[in-house]
Design a protein around this ligand. Structure first.
Ligand SMILES: [Ca+2]
Length: 535
């Protein structure tokens, strides 16, 4: 009796830890931010789950592949083969053009404002579910090889992978140290990272449990700056002519009439006491000020890497570094052919974000211009769809997770933002998206690119900057594919622009994106030449 009274009076003392434990749940349950189970509903009974190989490169822009003809001397026979025997998506986009946010979107199927990996430094939150976790639960064997880069300080194995080989942060091109299932192994004798990862991935495929379906995630360091080709490709393109884009000078003072150096001096004389406005201020093409300023910064053609890099050398080494990735694709396709699985295996090749090579006077990525947001996107699976397709519909990095889950016969969780593109491969286009949305959050290390949101339809693009006094942008991509004539003030497009501005908020509101994730950073800015070495 006494015991019972004691218990009822002090029940809260016991129930509190109990509630705490319930809210913790099992480790797996607590990792699922949306409260769903890792066991997914089956889409089809009795159908064999398909093996999938996902090959990701770093900073490979959408049009630097031999078959596109963009760079006349660039040879990528294996990417060409994937396009000829599979499908090429010329309109493939990332939702945020930066390594870590894009990788998190690939692995979770979520926009950056949802997974909250908005920069290249903060560690990935532990409440996210990576889609390979669902595959494991569905009976798959999974392997990860290469660059993870969500959080720079750890290379430890992450959930969702039975086999793990990775490195910290960006890694190195030559003589890397890999964390292989928790054990660090260092390589010497000019071991080249692209070759090493490919060899290890193929070795895993050869030795794995053949009773299970598999998913391989081969995540290259290449072609991230600072570019280092395989020795066999070094200077192969040394004598080739550079391809300079028409928009190379849009941000140049000679075109805009405006210098954006430390003094911010307007070179033109004003018409009177009123400050400049509109075209008089921004210049004829109405290019935003941040673009003009960046031209003279770390990621601009006039002061690349603070004067340490030559544009021609940069361009050529990038193309040469890409050849190693192409050969990696070739080795994977050769292996599949050798074991008789080339027809049945789905192979996906994509880049984690695009890259500027002089467009708008910029290098690198982050912004919403075509060269930054578009990525190479090739799918090979002759058993599933007709060869040699070009599919113009807009696909995104968030579509990878639902697509691979469908190949495993699993219904993607409802909270994912992406869509399976398998219907597009089979020629079913109805119900597909007709616009994509974009977000980039200002990063402390590289302060020259502002926070921005945007929307792009088949023809038009609207970019809205946040937290900066500058012009927004609107382009007619059909008339102006290089985005050199900003129509933001065009009376003819006014209603359309207003509608797109509302659509961005509709998108953010409907996907819980009305707040900007803030990440803790205390360090001096590496990309700020104006105020170096300060906090
Ligand atoms: Ca990248």
């Amino acid at each position: 009796m006494i015991n019972l009274l004691f218990f009822s009076r002090y029940a809260w003392m016991f129930s509190f830890p109990l509630l705490f434990c319930l809210s913790c749940g099992s480790e797996k349950d607590s990792r699922d931010s949306k409260g769903t189970s890792l066991s997914l509903e089956s889409l089809r009974q009795g159908e064999k789950p398909r093996n999938v190989i996902f090959i990701l490169s770093d900073d490979h822009r959408y049009d630097f592949m031999g078959f596109t003809g963009k760079i006349p001397w660039l040879e990528t026979p294996n990417m060409d083969k994937m396009a000829a025997q599979g499908a090429h998506f010329p309109n493939a986009f990332v939702t945020t053009s930066l390594c870590s946010p894009s990788r998190a979107s690939i692995l979770t199927g979520l926009f950056s404002h949802s997974h909250t990996v908005v920069d290249n430094h903060a560690p990935v939150p532990d409440n996210l579910v990576f889609f390979p976790e669902y595959l494991q639960k569905g009976g798959y064997e999974t392997g990860f090889f290469g660059k993870w880069h969500m959080g720079s300080d750890s290379d430890e194995p992450r959930p969702g992978f039975d086999h793990w080989e990775s490195f910290r942060g960006q890694g190195v091109y030559y003589n890397p140290t890999l964390n292989i299932n928790g054990e660090h192994i260092s390589y010497e004798d000019s071991t080249y990272i692209t070759d090493l990862l490919t060899e290890h991935a193929l070795e895993w495929l050869r030795q794995r449990d053949k009773e299970k379906p598999y998913f391989l995630y081969l995540s290259h360091k290449a072609v991230h700056a600072e570019f280092a080709p395989a020795q066999r490709h070094f200077k192969k393109y040394e004598e080739e002519e550079l391809v300079i884009p028409p928009s190379f000078y849009t941000s140049a003072p000679q075109v805009t009439g405006k210098r954006m150096d430390g003094n911010q001096t307007l070179e033109r004389e004003g018409p009177g006491p009123e400050p400049y406005a509109g075209e008089d201020y921004y210049g004829e093409g109405r290019m935003p000020d941040w673009q003009k300023m960046q031209r003279e910064g770390w990621h601009g053609v006039d002061y690349m890497y603070h004067g340490r890099m030559d544009f021609g050398e940069f361009f050529r080494r990038y193309c040469e570094t890409l050849l190693g990735v192409d050969q990696s694709i070739g080795a994977v396709l050769d292996y599949l052919e050798e074991v008789g699985e080339l027809e049945s295996t789905m192979v996906i090749y994509m880049g984690d974000n695009g890259f500027s090579f002089g467009e708008h006077g910029l290098i690198d990525k982050r912004h919403f211009y075509e060269e930054s947001v578009k990525v190479p996107f090739l799918v090979h699976c002759p058993e599933l769809f007709e060869s040699g397709k070009t599919i113009d519909k807009m696909v995104q990095n968030i579509d990878i997770a639902p697509t691979v889950l469908e190949m495993a016969g699993l219904k993607a969780p409802d909270h994912l933002h992406g869509m399976s593109f398998v219907p597009l491969l089979k020629g079913e286009e109805s119900g597909w998206r007709d616009r994509i949305f974009y977000e980039y959050y200002w990063e402390y290390d590289f302060p020259h690119t502002p926070t921005m949101h945007g929307v792009r339809t088949d023809r038009y693009k609207y970019i809205r900057y946040h937290g900066i006094w500058d012009t927004n942008e609107f382009y007619d991509l059909l008339e102006d594919p290089y985005e050199m004539n900003n129509l933001i003030a065009s009376p003819e497009h006014r209603d359309q622009i207003e509608e797109l501005a509302h659509e961005i908020y509709d998108w953010l509101e409907s996907t819980d994106g009305m707040q900007i994730p803030l990440k803790r950073t205390v360090k001096n800015r590496s990309g700020d030449h104006r105020n170096p070495g300060v906090f």
